[in-house]
Design a protein around this ligand. Structure first.
Ligand SMILES: C[S@@+](CC[C@H](N)C(=O)[O-])C[C@H]1O[C@@H](n2cnc3c(N)ncnc32)[C@H](O)[C@@H]1O
Length: 271
């Protein structure tokens, strides 16, 4: 006599209770880790969003930190709004979205849009200014200067220079009024110490002729695919706000040059 057969892939399973123990916390070496103290696993936010909304719905996180809710909402094709009071969070989210969802379209409001508001931010809060300025070149904040230990590096980014290789690029931000060639020399020293392929110097005020000369004398960086870029580049905040771009290969260009296609799509699906 046949008994009742149930198949695992056909049953709905047990509904979740209020105690979820199957989502691992983010490990120390997890690729997800952004260094934001309160970061949650993206799988957790995905579950919450999937259970409580449909595609196209709007998800709001008014204290969005490093943007795990936003990343999960973007992945699940929700529309979203994220709010945070610190530029550290805004910087991390912008970089996170650009890295994992290169085709996502979003607008950042409430950030400085001209020289006067940038100077105002620099005067009110040096760290907030640095975090914001770093986002203009797509760099992540580096280290925790509030806890002391200045390494001479404010930000860091890793442009992809071949399908298998990224290179270290260190960033220095100066929001003060007094600029001098020694500051560029210091960045050169940091680049050597850190074995960085390129360096970016961002200033609020116009750099002096001596600083530009010092930067030009640093020479060029040649990528494995044969493209060359100035090794040390100086930008004012105003130039960056007007659309100036760091001279470095974009991920898309690098992959196309090497004969790869649609890697952006591939990355988006892997997240
Ligand atoms: C615990 S974290 C957010 C975590 C995030 N919701 C998640 O799930 O990953 C709290 C965030 O609230 C931000 N915050 C604190 N006061 C705020 C305010 N008045 N307005 C907006 N954001 C604020 C902090 O900067 C911090 O990033």
């Amino acid at each position: 006599m046949d008994g009742l057969k149930t198949y695992l892939d056909e049953t709905k399973g047990k509904p979740f209770t209020t105690n979820w123990t199957d989502v691992d916390r983010i490990g120390n070496t997890s690729g997800e880790r952004l260094g934001y103290q309160t970061q949650k696993p993206v799988a957790l936010l995905e579950r919450i969003i999937s259970a409580s909304s449909d595609e196209g719905d709007v998800v709001l996180d008014p204290f969005c930190g490093c943007g795990t809710t936003i990343a999960a909402a973007e992945k699940l094709r929700r529309r979203w709004l994220g709010i945070d009071v610190t530029y550290l969070a805004i910087n991390l989210i912008e970089n996170r979205l650009k890295e994992h969802f290169p085709n996502s379209k979003f607008e950042v409001t409430g950030t400085p849009k001209d020289f006067a508001s940038a100077r105002d931010l620099a005067r009110r809060d040096k760290h907030q200014f640095e975090w914001w300025a770093l986002s203009l070149v797509g760099a992540r904040p580096y280290g925790d200067k509030k806890k002391g230990g200045d390494t001479g590096i404010d930000g860091i980014k890793y442009p992809r220079v071949s399908p298998t290789e990224t290179v270290k690029t260190v960033v220095s931000v100066k929001g003060g009024e007094h600029l001098a060639p020694t500051m560029v020399r210091d960045l050169k020293g940091v680049m050597e110490r850190e074995n960085a392929a390129m360096g970016i110097f961002i200033s609020l005020e116009e750099p002096t002729a001596g600083m530009k000369k010092e930067a030009a004398s640093t020479g060029v960086y040649k990528t494995p695919l044969g493209a060359t870029y100035p090794k040390l580049q100086i930008f004012t905040v105003e130039e960056l706000l007007s659309g100036a771009k760091v001279h470095a290969p974009s991920q898309d260009e690098t992959f196309k040059k090497a004969g790869f296609i649609d890697t952006a799509k591939q990355q988006e699906m892997e997240y």
